[in-house]
Design a protein around this ligand. Structure first.
Ligand code: ZN
Length: 240
C-alpha cells in the first residue's frame, strides 16, 4: 500500500502535551522521538507515570522500594535527555492497574493541572492479546479521563472546588502500540536521542546483548514505509 505523504501532514506542534503511561520506559519506546522533536521547538511536555514499574524484575527477593527508586531515577534521566519538563509518579502498583473511578480521577487531576493540547498514551483497543494489561488499562483510563471527565464540571467537582483546578478540553490524543495506526511522525532527526533515552533504563535490559536497537530500528523504519523519511513513530490519532 502506498500512502500519499501529502495526506498526512504533521499538525501544528502544540504548546503543551503530556504522556500518560503505565510504567517507566513506556514513553521511551512509544513516543520519545516525537517528544524530543517537539521539546526542541518549545513544546512543554510532562510525563505522568501511573506505576513505578516496581514488579519489573525476575528476582523474587527484590527490594520493591529500591526498585521503584531506581526506575523513577531512570525515568527522570530519560526525561532529561528528551527535554521533558517534569515527571509525575502516581505510585499505583505495577501490574495492578484497574479501571476504577478512583484511578480515573487521579488521571483527570493531571489533565486539569497540565492542560495539554495533546495526550500521548497507549491504544487500549488493539487486538494484541499479549498486551500488558497495565498498558490496556492505562490507555482506557487516559481516554476516559480526557473525554469526557476532565471537561465536565460535575465530574470530580471536588478538584475544582478544593484544589483550584479548572475543567479542560484536550484537543487530540496520539495512541501508540496501535494495530490501526493512521498518523506517522517523522523522527529521523532525533532517532539517536530516542535510543539514548531508551538506554537510560539500564535496570531493564542489557543494551548490547538485547538486540533492542536493531529490532526498534527495523520497526521504526517499517512505520515510515511509503513516506519520504527514514524513521517514524506511528500513532492512532483521536481528535476530541
Ligand atoms: Zn510498560
Amino acid at each position: 500500500m502506498t500512502i500519499d505523504p501529502a495526506l498526512k501532514p504533521e499538525f501544528e506542534i502544540p504548546q503543551r502535551a503530556i504522556a500518560i503511561v503505565a510504567h517507566p520506559d513506556d514513553t521511551e519506546f512509544g513516543c520519545s522521538g516525537t517528544v524530543a522533536k517537539w521539546t526542541k521547538v518549545g513544546c512543554e511536555i510532562h510525563f505522568v507515570v501511573l506505576t513505578s514499574g516496581d514488579k519489573g524484575t525476575e528476582d523474587p527477593n527484590a527490594d520493591i522500594a529500591e526498585l521503584r527508586r531506581i526506575r523513577e531515577a531512570e525515568q527522570e534521566e530519560a526525561a532529561r535527555i528528551l527535554g521533558v519538563a517534569s515527571c509525575v509518579f502516581l505510585h499505583f502498583t505495577d501490574g495492578e492497574l484497574v479501571n476504577t473511578l478512583e484511578m480515573r480521577g487521579a488521571v483527570v487531576r493531571q489533565i486539569r493541572r497540565f492542560k495539554p493540547e495533546v495526550i500521548f498514551t497507549w491504544d487500549p483497543l488493539t487486538r494484541n492479546y499479549r498486551m500488558h494489561p497495565d498498558h490496556r488499562i492505562c490507555g482506557q483510563l487516559a481516554l476516559e479521563a480526557a473525554f469526557p471527565s476532565a471537561m465536565m464540571p460535575l465530574s470530580y467537582p471536588e478538584q475544582l472546588r478544593d484544589e483550584g483546578l479548572e475543567v479542560h478540553r484536550t484537543k487530540k490524543l496520539l495512541l501508540f502500540g496501535s494495530d490501526l495506526p493512521d498518523y506517522q511522525i517523522d523522527i529521523s532527526a532525533v532517532i539517536e536521542q530516542k535510543f539514548e533515552a531508551i538506554r537510560a533504563h539500564t535496570s531493564q535490559f542489557d543494551w548490547n546483548k538485547s538486540g533492542i536497537e536493531e529490532r526498534w530500528r527495523k520497526r521504526l523504519r517499517q512505520a515510515a514505509a511509503g513516506f519520504d523519511f527514514e524513521y517514524a513513530e506511528a500513532f492512532k490519532l483521536v481528535e476530541l
